[in-house]
Unconditional design. Structure first.
Length: 279
């Protein structure tokens, strides 16, 4: 059971806004990102060793790259994963990973360029394979298609929107472009959400945001919106404990659907019972 503990956590789609991160919340893109990161790293160091599936890597590299995924914030960070593995650099936590990037900041722009060049090449040359490496979490595509009203659903992500749009369009999810926001170094998620609250004149208590990055959620606390960490995403136990310490509830995927999928508010009492309320 999640840490949801009072009726204020209930979500009414008629009045409230739901905003979601993309990778690690809507789609499980780890395989695509790691394949692209691997290829970008080898391009950056002048090698032509390309793969189109993680299974083409040795098991120990697959396992280590998946473990390091928990510390990713931006696309180029996937390239650093493979540099760290090549350097045999030991990374145990977010601070270690951030420190490693800082010590190798001179290649950050090169890694970023190579990552997005490789992603564009992959999508252009192998679109079906690329899409197959970006699967929706179980039930998520139907959730997005059926969310009502659709104008109360937003996606706020660091992923480039052209790739988000391809994935959504292919799945037949009719989310309008005006409801998609790309966060970057010039305008991050806190600024985007603050602008949204002002633009639509919404009380922070009526705005819910789900992300799988605890540090992102912590940076949003000052906005007083309702924050949740996606326990099904790219989080580890240390990050979940940190979220708990910060008072940020962790949701399982099932709890997420229970909380945000209800279209029939006559089932209100049954949902209260689900959350262990006495009514």
């Amino acid at each position: 059971m999640s840490q949801i503990s009072n009726a204020k956590s209930l979500f009414n789609p008629a009045y409230d806004i739901l905003a979601l991160d993309f990778d690690g919340v809507i789609v499980d893109s780890i395989a695509e990102c790691l394949v692209v990161g691997h290829n970008a790293f080898h391009s950056a160091i002048g090698r032509s060793e390309k793969i189109n599936d993680l299974s083409q890597l040795p098991n120990e590299i697959q396992q280590e790259s998946r473990r390091l995924r928990n510390f990713i914030r931006h696309g180029e960070d996937y390239v650093y994963i493979f540099k760290a593995i090549a350097d045999d650099f030991s990374i145990h936590n977010q601070a270690d990973f951030d420190d490693y990037i800082e010590k190798n900041i001179d290649v950050k722009e090169k890694f970023r360029t190579q990552f997005y060049l490789e992603r564009a090449r992959f999508l252009r040359e192998e679109p079906l394979r690329w899409l197959a490496l970006n699967p929706f979490y179980d039930g998520m595509a139907d959730f997005l298609k059926n969310f009502s009203p659709p104008e109360h659903l937003y996606i706020i992500t660091t992923k480039k929107l052209e790739y988000v749009q391809v994935i959504l369009d292919t799945a037949g999810i009719p989310l309008q472009r005006k409801n998609l926001f790309a966060a970057n170094s010039q305008k991050g998620k806190p600024e985007i959400i603050a602008d949204l609250l002002q633009k639509i004149g919404l009380s922070p208590g009526n705005f819910c945001f789900v992300d799988d990055q605890v540090d992102t959620l912590i940076r949003l606390k000052h906005l007083k919106i309702r924050l949740f960490i996606a326990g099904w995403g790219y989080t580890n136990q240390e990050q979940i404990r940190q979220a708990e310490t910060e008072g940020i509830p962790t949701l399982t995927l099932n709890e997420f659907y229970q909380l945000f999928s209800r279209s029939d508010w006559h089932n209100f009492r049954s949902f209260l019972l689900f959350l262990n309320f006495d009514g």
